[in-house]
Write a protein that binds this ligand. Structure first.
Ligand SMILES: C[S@@+](CC[C@H](N)C(=O)[O-])C[C@H]1O[C@@H](n2cnc3c(N)ncnc32)[C@H](O)[C@@H]1O
Length: 377
């Protein structure tokens, strides 16, 4: 069946309509004319697979990765980088408009470094003593020798890891390398590593969250600092603080910071990071943001929130509405939950600006920083 692709959905799939029914076509680009085979037929949608290209887009590029399309890791390697950035910016605009009724002029230009080999962490899967990644939409394994997204120090470990999994019953192997030195954690049994972001050093262990894009994280955190300076922030609350990364990064510019994190090992790392960077105006509290924040007696002029994909818990939003800090800096890795939360917060906050960051190049994922200012009463 010959179809014309109209646009991309938020997962980077081509969209066409067949008898008014939406049809998703993997790896098809807008304005392309393709012959497709229907692979799934549901009540509300269809899925199709490209059989033949009739007309290709000038935005299409030959992927440099031999595993692309079969491997579940990347979604957009067939699209030139500039268009990947436009896709992500438009996606953020559409989601914020649809779910939070926000004007697209609030969304600034995407920040990107446009580099391969950006990831400092990976989880390899192991099946039948072979090492690789899960195939697209499946738990079958595609064996790999190299991944273009990974820091080359991880790629160089692959031959040894392949030998290792032949000899034992490992199901998965996590590897994390430092951004700037030879420290490495393999398969959760080493201890900690130290990684730097600009002049700050962070000790991280196997269970701690740490941003994976070794090139872009400093730009993300610099944006937080830019806002902290611009807002003349003095007392900062860093909710979902992980190993204290952001709080420590902004500590030079404010009077005091309190960090809250629920994972015990991360709080331990955060306290070590406070020592490592010789910082005395920050303290960390172990506990969930929804338990700890409502009980905090101090007032903060700026609250930084960097929650997981699920976004802010209702109790955190309720507490923000009750405590009314002057500013909120919300860092999000899921525009849908960001939009859900902004819809509520915008009752009392002006959404000043949202800056997307291309932290996960070649995938459909996008990170955002959003600045909120309390409305004048
Ligand atoms: C996206 S990470 C951000 C970490 C840190 N801000 C950074 O940039 O390195 C989210 C963090 O929130 C923590 N977390 C998840 N749910 C939480 C909750 N309900 N309360 C406090 N921390 C939570 C996770 O353990 C993780 O460290």
């Amino acid at each position: 069946m010959e179809v014309v692709i109209e646009k991309l959905d938020h997962f980077g799939r081509g969209i066409t309509y067949i008898n008014d029914k939406i049809c998703f076509v993997d790896f098809a680009l807008p304005e392309e004319i393709v012959d497709i085979k229907i692979t799934k037929e549901k009540k509300k949608y269809l899925e199709g697979k490209i059989i033949k290209f009739i007309k290709t887009s000038d935005k299409r590029v030959e992927s440099k990765c031999p595993y692309f399309k079969e491997c579940g890791g990347c979604d957009l390697r067939h699209l030139i980088k500039e268009e990947q950035e436009i896709f992500k910016t438009e996606k953020v605009k559409e989601i914020l408009s649809k779910f939070a009724n926000l004007s697209s002029n609030k969304v600034k230009d995407i920040v990107s470094v446009n580099k391969d080999n950006y990831r400092n962490k990976v989880v390899f899967h192991v099946k039948d003593k072979k090492l690789g990644f899960y195939k697209r939409k499946s738990h079958d394994l595609i064996e790999i020798d190299y991944c273009l997204n990974l820091d080359d120090r991880i790629n160089k470990l692959i031959p040894d890891l392949k030998k290792k999994v032949k000899k034992d019953n490992t199901k998965s192997i996590m590897v994390r390398v430092s951004n700037d030195n030879d420290d490495v954690i393999i398969n959760r049994d080493d201890k900690e590593i130290i990684s730097s972001i600009k002049d700050k050093k962070y000790l991280i262990t196997k269970d701690d969250f740490f941003q994976v894009n070794k090139f872009l994280t400093e730009h993300l955190y610099d944006e937080v600092v830019k806002n902290i300076k611009r807002l003349n922030s003095k007392k900062v609350l860093d909710l979902y603080c992980g190993t204290g990364t952001i709080g420590i990064y902004v500590s030079d510019y404010v009077d005091s910071v309190v960090g809250v994190e629920k994972v015990s090992s991360s709080i331990k790392s955060a306290n070590k990071n406070k020592e490592l960077n010789k910082i005395d105006n920050i303290k960390f509290i172990e506990g969930s943001s929804e338990e700890v924040y409502p009980k905090l007696k101090e007032e903060f002029d700026t609250v930084i929130c960097d929650p997981p994909r699920s976004g802010l818990e209702k109790r955190v939003i309720d507490t923000l509405k009750e405590m009314t800090p002057k500013n909120i800096i919300y860092i999000s890795c899921d525009p849908v939950t960001l939009a859900r939360d902004l819809k509520i917060l915008k009752e009392i906050y002006d959404i000043e600006e949202i800056t997307p960051f291309d932290m996960f190049e070649n995938t459909y994922h996008v990170e955002c920083i959003c600045l909120l200012k309390l409305k004048n009463k």
